[in-house]
Design a protein around this ligand. Structure first.
Ligand SMILES: *[C@@H]1O[C@H](CO)[C@@H](O)[C@H](O)[C@H]1NC(C)=O
Ligand SMILES: *[C@@H]1O[C@H](CO)[C@@H](O)[C@H](O)[C@H]1NC(C)=O
Ligand SMILES: *[C@@H]1O[C@H](CO)[C@@H](O)[C@H](O)[C@H]1NC(C)=O
Length: 440
């Protein structure tokens, strides 16, 4: 049985601690560093969690991704016995939709002895119509795997455009690599939560190190995982209260060649933007229906995709700001105040006290207006300009309602009430986000 991303996070810890040791960027990011040419957006898809997918499941997910301008899925694979079946479905579903996919070898499972096996995957899948190619070469990526020799794989298979997830400091010693993906997508130090928002220092370090080579920038909305000592002992939240908009704003200003959304379906760490699967809870964390199912059930993130859609259009157009065409309020919040006492055998996640007890709204407006957040009967009024603005109000237990008004409240443009009330009584320390939206 495949494990949830337990060992993956140990690898992230190693990445993060060496990232800290990396030298200070030699120069500041300059506007001319913005990449030119067609830009692409991908989402990281963990194949290891979808042993039970049918081709129709792939099609449904890909259609949702395509609808917001995502070009393809990075198919994260370990050495699961169902790789062939699932990759077959994925490539076939993508081909039928005109969607793209590429392999992302997860080096939690692969290593430097696997050159020939990896080359044989490239030979099998690289020629398929749905394979994403760049400059005519087969695009391939990884999770981790610093030092792996991609030139050796290309020699055994096909010409590659390798964009692995290596640390910036591995650049000078890498072979056969055209681009780097960063996994530094959350506010952390040594893979531990910190009481601060994510910055772009890591991105700028990669961009400066890569020079004229391409950067694939990670964008993630959230991170919460809650496995107790008896299972995987992986229990923390990275502060991300305003991260979804701030990472997209950073993507517009840095304008790298590629973006990779982390992730489409890693339910185990709560950073999914793909749909829930109430009839297939096994996909929440590998071949098991325990664990992530506790903090994912009933916690949709779909409306976050509506925000991504507007930013993706701006990113691809080379714009410095998003253009909102359809007004919408996307809201998100945790189900309980952070100091609630839950009847949970697993303690609060590390970093929980950094979170604001807030109700968050990403307002997407075509002209200035007032966002009204009514949290548990207490209203907060926040004026917003045209465009995308993230705002918040204090969290109060009870019903959560939202509206957008104009003309000093005389015009109610849209209003709605969330299906999830905030409650101080709970059975799980659930620091996942509940995401919904209000439209006209
Ligand atoms: C899932 O786990 C069950 C029980 O251990 C096992 O019988 C089944 O083969 C597994 N399925 C997959 C796709 O790994
Ligand atoms: C690579 O992984 C295999 C198991 O899949 C293991 O037997 C081998 O020792 C590993 N090689 C290296 C160089 O780590
Ligand atoms: C989001 O909110 C944060 C915190 O108030 C603020 O610093 C940031 O500028 C906001 N971003 C947008 C796009 O509204």
């Amino acid at each position: 049985m495949r494990l949830p991303r337990f060992s993956r996070l140990l690898a992230v810890a190693a990445l993060a601690s060496s990232a800290l040791a990396a030298s200070v960027p030699a120069r500041e990011f300059e506007l001319e560093d913005r990449a030119s040419g067609t830009k692409y957006v991908f989402a990281h898809f963990i194949v290891g969690f979808v042993a039970s997918y049918l081709q129709a499941d792939w099609t449904a997910d890909m259609q949702l991704a395509q609808a917001i301008g995502i070009d393809g899925f990075a198919l994260d694979i370990g050495k699961d016995p169902y790789n062939a079946a699932q990759l077959g479905y994925a490539y076939a579903a993508a081909e039928a939709l005109g969607f793209k996919v590429f392999l992302s070898f997860d080096f939690t499972y692969w290593n430097s002895s696997d050159t020939s096996t990896i080359a044989s995957y490239i030979s099998t899948y690289g020629p398929l119509p749905a394979q994403f190619t760049y400059n005519g070469d087969v695009f391939v990526s990884t999770f981790s795997g610093d030092g792996f020799d991609w030139a050796a794989v290309a020699a055994e298979s096909k010409a590659l455009y390798a964009c692995p997830n290596y640390q910036a400091s591995s650049f000078s010693t890498s072979s056969g690599v055209s681009c780097f993906l960063s996994w530094n997508a959350w506010s952390s130090s040594d893979n531990k939560p910190v009481d601060a928002s994510m910055t772009t220092a890591g991105d700028v370090d990669y961009i400066n190190t890569l020079g004229s080579d391409a950067y694939m920038m990670p964008i993630s909305p959230w991170f919460f995982t809650h496995y107790g000592p008896g299972s995987y002992n992986k229990n923390w939240i990275f502060y991300a209260d305003y991260q979804w908009t701030s990472r997209w704003e950073a993507a517009l200003s840095l304008a790298p060649q590629f973006l990779e959304i982390l992730t489409w379906n890693d339910f185990s760490e709560s950073h999914y933007i793909g749909p829930l699967h109430p009839n297939k809870p096994s996909v929440y964390a590998g071949n098991t229906s325990t664990g992530a199912v506790e903090w994912v059930t009933g916690m949709p993130h779909d409306a976050w995709r509506d925000v991504a859609a507007v930013y993706i259009a701006a990113y691809k157009a080379g714009a410095s700001a998003p253009t909102v065409k359809t007004e919408e309020l996307v809201y998100y919040y945790r189900p309980n105040p952070k100091d609630a006492t839950c009847s949970d055998s697993v303690a609060q996640p590390t970093g929980y006290d950094y979170d604001g007890d807030s109700i968050f709204v990403i307002a997407m407006t075509t002209s200035a207006g007032t966002v009204v957040i009514n949290s548990g009967g207490v209203s907060t009024y926040i004026d917003v300009p045209a465009g995308i603005t993230n705002v918040s109000a204090p969290m109060t237990v009870g019903v959560q309602s939202f509206s957008l008004t104009r003309d000093s409240g005389a015009t109610v443009v849209m209003s709605g009430t969330s299906d999830l009330q905030v409650s101080s009584s709970c059975t799980v320390y659930n620091f996942n986000a509940y995401v919904g939206s209000v439209t006209a």
